[in-house]
Every structure is written in C-alpha cells, then in structure tokens.
Design a protein around this ligand. Structure first.
Ligand code: F6P
Length: 369
C-alpha cells in the first residue's frame, strides 16, 4: 500500500489558458480540507530544474489565503513556460551543438528531498506527456486538461476553450458592421495550431461566411466563389475565419519560426496570406485581424471556471482515492478519470463527420473544399 499523502505540488505548463487559477484554487482548498499542504512549482518545472533562480527555492506554499479571489483571473499565479521540456531538455555541448537530455529524474529526486507526495499537473499535450513519464517512474500524478485549442483527447472539452471561442465570436460580431460598411473581405486568424476547434466554433457562432481549418486543406478559388456568390446576392462583404494551422491543399502551413531543439514551431501568417490572395482573386478590398494571444487572456467564462473548479476538486479526490497516472476528464454529467497513456501524445482534431461541420455546411458556410 502506498504511503499517505501529506504534501502535494501543483504545476502549470505550456501556453496559459483562462481557468488555470480556478484549478489551482479548487485543488488547494480541497487538499487543505483533507489536511494536506500544497506547494506551487514556479513556471512549469523551472522551479525544480533551476531552483537557484527563485528566492523561495523553486516552490512556494499555497495556502487558502494565497488562492483567495483568483478563480476569475486569467493567467496562472504559478507562471508557466512552453520551453525546457524536462523529457527533452536542450543542453549546449562544449562543441557548440545542442542535444536533448531527459531531466525527469531530477524532478523525482526533488519530490523525494522536499517530501512532496504527489503532483497535480495542469497542462496540454506536452505537460500531460511529461506527467505520464513521471507517473511511469513512480511519482503519484494526476493530470488536468488545459488548452484554449481543445485538442486533447478523451475529454469532452478542455478549460480555456470556451473563453477563447466566446472572445473570437465577439470579435466576429463586431467585424460584420465594419466589413459591411466598407464592402470588404475581413479575414480573422485565430490560434489552434493543428486543430480547428476555435475557428470552427467561433466561425459558426459569429456568422463567418467561410472557415478554414487544418483538418480541411483549402482551395481559395472555392472561398472566392463563395464571396462572389454573396456579392451577386447583394451581400457585399464577407468574413473568413482562418485557423493559424490551416493550409492550402497544394501548399504548406504558414510557419513564423521553424521548430528547434527546445521549442516547437511557431505558426502564424496564414490570415495575411489568405487576405492577400483573396484580394487578388476577387478584386475586393481585404483586411486581416490576427486575434493571437488575445484569445488566451481575460476572465474565464462561467463554463470554463466551473470546469476548472471541478477539475481541481476532482484531481484531489482522485489522489485521495489512490489513483495515479490518470487525467481528470470532462464527461457528462460527471468528471471521470482517464489513464494518461490514453491521452499523452494524441491530438484530437475536429472529426470531419461531426455535426458541427455539417451544421456549417447546412448554413451555407464555405470550408474551402
Ligand atoms: O496554447 C496553444 C497555443 O495557443 C497555440 O494555439 C499557439 O500556436 C501557441 O499556443 C502559441 O504559443 P506561444 O506564442 O506562447 O509560443
């Protein structure tokens, strides 16, 4: 039988998402109620890998007082990073080359030395893959699914997604009138890397006339035809929502910075390319709005806040019940537990046969195919 839990650590990794602080608050309150102490790790695992950078030695105590009034705040009070994955940590060698090393043993050693009995790891695919590796090495770990992109498998949705979709929808709502007044094409680029969830949900909700997502390689002649069709009907403007990872059927996705050891590729620029090409093809004036990191900010919607609070409380329940190596997931009507091995390294794109895409098609939205 495993030893009882007295102290747990919480970490937030990868891009921030509205709701992180709500998970932290619920975890701390539920754990404190069981008599456990909670510690926050600074900036992903940086607090452990670089304790000398922090006056408190890399982790700090999270009391009820410390988490008061944070559930509605965006960002994370722990800080986060999407660099320095401890499974593939980049090290510069004496000859100038960079190689990746596995530093997860240092994390286990830190947990042992600081008498931390379990970890609640809040993150997306990268963080949950690390969590899975730590669990396999014997650490008690529960994962919590976070990402505005909603691209994690085995959960109905991640927290952060609803807030991002709500904001993108409001932006589209606002763009209708200016696009119509000027008889323009307005292209709105949204985040989402390799999954089109934000573009699809916000695009349909916000009345976009075309939606381009990574799952459906596009042909801009189809989008131009849709714009002309609208023109012929006297609707002299068009909104086009583009996921940053959308790509033409005969080309590549727009990459701002190629992947390197230590960090993933950075996407961006597809909206600009689409706007320029549509202006050329149709002869209409086109503008582009890149929502980018605005989608990661703001107060979590009540949906995301509640999901985050439920996840935090469920993570503590799971540990208390003796679970490890699992992720808390949003099912209906309950949160359930899913083995991390069923989540790690698996991306959930938009299924092409889902009724949301069909709804878009039924409404006459063009997907560029
Ligand atoms: O959180 C995921 C995400 O929002 C992706 O959609 C986007 O490509 C990425 O983060 C950008 O992250 P950053 O600019 O922080 O590296």
């Amino acid at each position: 039988m495993s030893s009882p839990i007295r102290r747990i650590a919480i970490c937030t990794g990868g891009g921030d998402a509205p709701g992180l602080n709500a998970v932290i608050r619920a975890t701390v309150i539920a754990a404190t109620n069981l008599g456990w102490e909670c510690y926050g790790i600074h900036e992903g695992y940086n607090g452990i890998l670089f304790p000398e950078r922090y006056p408190d030695g890399g982790v700090f105590k999270l009391t009820r007082d410390r988490v008061r009034g944070i559930a509605h705040l965006g960002g994370t009070i722990l800080g986060t990073t999407n660099k320095g994955n401890p499974l593939h940590f980049p090290i510069r060698m004496p000859d100038g080359t960079v190689k990746e090393v596995d530093r997860t043993d240092e994390i286990l050693e830190f947990f042992g030395r600081r008498e931390l009995d379990a970890l609640v790891s809040i993150g997306g695919d990268g963080s949950l893959t690390i969590a899975h590796a730590l669990a396999k090495k014997g650490l008690r770990v529960v994962g919590v699914p976070k990402t505005i992109d909603n691209d994690l498998d085995k959960t109905n949705t991640t927290f952060g997604f609803d807030t991002a979709v709500g904001f993108a929808t409001e932006c589209l709502d606002r763009l209708h009138s200016t696009a119509e007044s000027h008889q323009r094409i307005i292209v709105v680029e949204v985040m989402g890397r390799y999954a089109g969830w934000i573009a699809l949900h916000a695009g349909i909700s916000g009345g976009s006339h075309s939606i381009l997502i990574p799952e459906i390689p596009f042909n801009l002649d189809k989008v131009a035809a849709k714009i002309r069709e609208r023109d012929n009907q006297g609707r002299l403007y068009s909104l086009v929502t583009v996921a940053e990872g959308a790509k033409p059927a005969d080309g590549h996705r727009a990459v701002l910075q190629a992947a390197e050891i230590g960090h993933e590729e950075r996407l961006g620029g597809e909206g600009e390319r689409v706007a320029k090409a549509l202006q050329e093809i149709t002869g209409k004036d086109a503008r582009v709005v890149v929502l980018g990191h605005l989608l990661r900010g703001g107060s979590p919607t009540s949906f995301d806040r509640l999901a985050a609070l439920r996840f935090g409380a469920a993570a503590v329940r799971a540990l208390h019940e003796g679970h490890t190596g699992i992720m808390v997931a949003l099912g209906f009507p309950n949160v359930n537990y899913v083995p991390l091995e069923e989540v790690a390294g698996r991306m959930k794109g938009v299924p092409l046969d889902c009724d949301t895409i069909q709804t878009g098609r039924d409404l006459g939205i063009c997907f560029g195919d």
